[in-house]
Design a protein. Structure first.
Length: 118
């Protein structure tokens, strides 16, 4: 398990955009009716760092993070703020930018790659 949520929760810039009670960052899926903007995240892969002489002591874990917002600018502001909060602990790669034309909700998706100690 990564420390993504804790890194975001401990950053005042993130909580100023996504609240504190509750912090609108949810594993896998947001509750129905949650206010925008919000963030969802999920593990997409986790592979052990193998050693010939011993058992692995850490895993390379990738999570997908999706930002859901009512405007393009708001989604990018949240991305930049989360990036600042977590990038000292992982590698980031932007993977998707989209808008649902029916709901006009913007989605900005990125992957974060962590090394997670066991």
């Amino acid at each position: 398990m990564t420390n993504f949520f804790q890194l975001c929760a401990s950053d005042s810039a993130v909580t100023s955009l996504l609240g504190t009670t509750p912090l609108r960052i949810y594993p896998i899926r947001a509750p129905q009716g949650v206010a925008y903007p919000y963030v969802t995240y999920q593990t997409i892969s986790s592979n052990p760092f193998a050693h010939l002489s011993d058992r692995p002591n850490s895993d390379a874990t990738s999570i997908q993070v999706d930002i859901w917002a009512k405007s393009h600018d708001e989604a990018w502001q949240i991305f930049r703020t989360i990036r600042h909060a977590i990038e000292g602990n992982c590698y980031l790669s932007l993977s998707l930018e989209d808008m649902d034309t029916e709901t006009t909700v913007y989605r900005l998706s990125f992957d974060a790659d962590f090394v997670v100690s066991r």
